[in-house]
Design a protein around this ligand. Sequence first.
Ligand code: ZN
Length: 344
Amino acid sequence: MECFTMNDVRTIHDPDLIDFEKPGKSMYEVAFHYDGTWGNTLVPMTVINGTAGAGKSLVCFGGTHGNEYEGQVAVWRLMHELDPSEISGRVILIPRLNVPACDAGTRESPQDGVNMNRAFPGDLKGTLTYRISNFVTSKIFPLVDVVLDIHSAGSGPEFALCSSFHQIDDPQQYAEMKYVASLFDTPFIMVYSSEMASGLLTDEAEAMGKITIGSELGHSCGVLHQGLQHAYQGIKNVLHHYQILPGEIQKIDHNRETPPKLVAAIHLDEYIPAPISGVFEPILKVGNPVECGQLVGRVYDFERVGSRGLEIYAPRSGYLLLQTFQAPVKKGDTMLVIAQEVID
Ligand SMILES: [Zn+2]
């Protein structure tokens, strides 16, 4: 069943009715039925089949986590700005993948409590979040060569601005992902851990052989001006690189002359947990280099009058890629990530 709504946006209840080959720009709201009540989550999606010629295919997601906004804004803008007459190939834009989480401004969906970025490859018979991720895995990934998933740090920590990809074994896929990650022109490119969890959107796309890039472009549930520039122009740079959209790759960060620094935090012991619950005092800014043994912060336990701040020392040298931003930290939460520069 399908029906038409305002502004030529088509509501789709059966994903098999989406004509992914239709020339030009098609806007959809893909309906996923709620688990416990009547009604649907409507996931916005734009499919552009360029009329300028054949070419590569790319999908870009924002709002995989609902409390991360730079990707939602950048992908939403491109959804309206990209002109199919200029496009060679196919561009699929999904600005708010986990709509219930985006509406609520939360990491997990309030509908089923599931983190979209741990729900892949999804399940056709699962709860709402699993059914959306199943749609992405079964209907979208097979159609594309390149997968971009735009994240920010959400609530809690601050990330140094970075694009990211997993450590993978295939040298050709690794080299291309490293180059495509550099097109976001962030201060850092982070090679991150595959040990942390399973079910990531990027895990699934990488396993299917896609050129897959993630990012961390803001924090604390804001829209960071600089982060949004990296998201918006970074996606356009990737489209330019693959000649899906004509134009030159543009420099984004005009305050930095050096290329993005490639750093890696691929083992879980590089993600340093808070040793106690309390209030975190940062000593350094994210992005700064640190020496092994350097004082990087203090945690205050205000419950224990007479206790000084617990001093936190860097267990290794590297770059401070993430640290707690919102003051309260809970014992066991990742408080710091110190990543090592990769020389190659
Ligand atoms: Zn995220």
